[in-house]
Design a protein around this ligand. Structure first.
Ligand code: B12
Ligand code: SF4
Length: 465
């Protein structure tokens, strides 16, 4: 039997500064931190696992603008005995996935449609939709393989433990230069976006033990343990990327690299022996000076920090383990060691009014954050925050991007929220604190100068500076 599988990575993008940036339902500078588009990594991981186990499969990976339904459908050629279309489904694209699947079913009702990822894993009702044949919950590789096997005759056992943590056994994702070429770590990174060559995504560990109330990660990964790949396998993969594509920039998908310090040190020891490869990853509030130094020494030039909220009482509610003083120390450790800090902060909690956003400004100005992302508090479906607030949340999935308010009462004041946020971002970057700190940082770490110059050009173009 000839089987064709389409694996579709949905993106929403626009071209900004000649770079494709992700912009679902927002102006490109909405949250203060536009992101470049990366390769369709999720699908490359699933595709390679399927290929390794069932080499006869004809696998096609697409990365398409999810709002362009007709374009996506027109790209699919249903010319095999069995045709399967799979889409990774984020909340903001859930309605679009339904429309696309309906169009596919209109063409041929025998085509198998599969939705996987965050939204189906959190929303049982979504999976009842008649145009979806199968929803895959949680970690996808093994479940998807089971599904394909069942479609070809074997019995389908949807694994009850869908948070399998099979990361340690993953084959390398299928890479494609076409995707790597348009990927960018944007706008503030080392090397600066114009100097990056075929930036790639990579993983070391899967899972996070913290279970924060607003975070959707526990829908996918185990929250009781993290599984790690062999360091030698990771290093071999990086060497392959360097040799085959000239890759000089990596995006680590690990939820927090320092969740297990010993495992991290194992990786950094070998990573620091490689030349000309620079990394971006996420860390938690426990980053100390020693770890920051080792990260820097191994090529980490930018780290993301989930600061989330600036009041301890609020943190206690949504991110129990985190203290503002600890996150400040972590940010400072990275800052002192010449690493660019990207701070994610949430606004628009249900008990706030738009003007409260100005209080955030007073506090963030004291934090050593080089690039600020000010997103709206967004309880994604399936999380405990969602359970708590569902009566007051909009039913419009498209708004769930973290760039728009989602609380019903807040939507009424949307314009005000957005304009105050813009103002806060402007004031942050134009503050004396920020300017002086960055000037000092560049003096101390001259290798950051080019990256900040690029960033300031973008801020100028966006009329932030
Ligand atoms: C990398 C990343 C990005 C990159 C995108 C990379 C790219 N290809 O362009 C950037 C920085 C651009 C980005 C932007 C955004 N992101 Co993002 N991103 C992530 C991140 C950090 C890692 C994703 C990843 O690759 N993980 C590794 C892979 C292997 O895991 P995975 O994707 O979860 O896939 C596994 C399972 O989920 C499942 N699975 C997933 N899809 C499918 C599909 C099928 C068919 C099957 C069988 C299984 C399956 O199987 C996979 C393998 O086991 C996650 C958080 C996290 N650490 O997971 C957020 C996350 C996915 N992003 C999120 C959001 C909201 C966004 C934005 C909307 C934010 C914004 N306002 O800009 C945009 C949208 C971008 C777009 N698509 O246009 C949310 C989604 C929440 C939700 N419920 O919808 C997440 C979960 C973060 C969060 N806030 O909790 N993002
Ligand atoms: S917010 Fe961060 S620390 Fe909390 S559960 Fe999610 S990934 Fe883990």
């Amino acid at each position: 039997m000839k089987i064709k599988i389409y694996l579709i990575d949905p993106i929403v993008s626009e071209i900004n500064n000649e770079i494709m940036v992700s912009t679902p339902n927002q102006g490109s500078y909405g949250s203060g931190a536009p992101s470049g588009i990366w390769e369709p990594y999720t699908m490359e991981c699933i595709g390679s696992f399927l290929k390794e186990n069932l080499p006869i499969l004809d696998i096609h990976i697409l990365q398409e603008n999810i709002y362009d339904h007709d374009r996506i459908v027109s790209k699919l050629k249903f010319d095999h005995d069995l045709n399967v279309v799979c889409v990774s489904t984020y909340s903001y694209a859930a309605n679009d996935v339904i429309s696309i699947f309906e169009k596919i079913k209109d063409i041929d009702n025998e085509i198998i449609t599969v939705s996987g990822g965050y939204h189906p894993s959190g929303d049982e009702n979504f999976c009842q939709n008649s145009c979806i044949d199968h929803c895959i919950l949680g970690e996808g590789e093994i479940q998807m393989l089971n599904l394909i096997k069942s479609l070809t005759g074997s019995e389908f056992k949807n694994d009850e433990n869908f948070k399998l943590n099979m990361g340690e056994n993953s084959p390398w994702p299928i890479r494609n230069e076409k995707f790597l070429k348009r990927a960018k770590s944007f706008p503030l990174s080392v090397p600066s976006p114009d100097k990056q060559i075929n930036p790639a995504m990579i993983s070391y560990g899967r899972g996070c033990l913290f279970n924060c109330s607003f975070c959707a990660s526990s829908l996918i990964w185990s929250d009781t343990h993290t599984s790690f790949r062999n360091v030698s396998d990771v290093i071999n993969e990086i060497n392959y990327l360097k040799k085959k594509f000239g890759t000089n920039s990596l995006f680590w998908t690990d939820l927090a690299l320092n969740n297990d310090k010993n495992k991290l040190y194992e990786l950094l020891y070998d990573l620091s022996k490689l030349n000309n490869i620079y990394s971006f990853g996420y860390v938690n509030q426990n980053l100390d000076d020693e770890t920051a130094f080792k990260l820097q020494n191994a090529g980490f030039r930018r780290l993301g920090f989930g600061v989330e909220a600036l009041e301890n009482y609020r943190l206690k509610k949504i991110k129990k383990f985190q203290k503002l003083s600890r996150i400040k120390k972590s940010l400072s450790a990275a800052d002192r060691n010449g690493i660019i800090t990207r701070g994610y902060i949430m606004m628009g909690f249900p008990d706030q009014v738009p003007e409260d956003t100005y209080n955030i400004l007073e506090n963030i100005i004291d934090l050593p954050i080089d690039q600020l992302r000010l997103g709206f508090y967004t309880p994604f479906v399936g999380t405990s925050s969602y359970e708590e607030h569902c009566d007051n949340l909009t039913e419009d999935n498209n708004r769930f991007t973290a760039d728009l308010p989602v609380f019903k009462n807040h939507i009424l004041e949307e314009e005000k929220w957005i304009s105050i946020r813009k103002d806060v971002i402007k004031r942050f970057y134009n503050s004396e604190n920020y300017k002086n700190r960055i000037e000092e940082k560049i003096k101390e770490f001259p290798y950051l100068e080019e990256s900040f110059n690029y960033f300031f050009k973008v801020l100028n173009l966006e009329e932030v500076l």
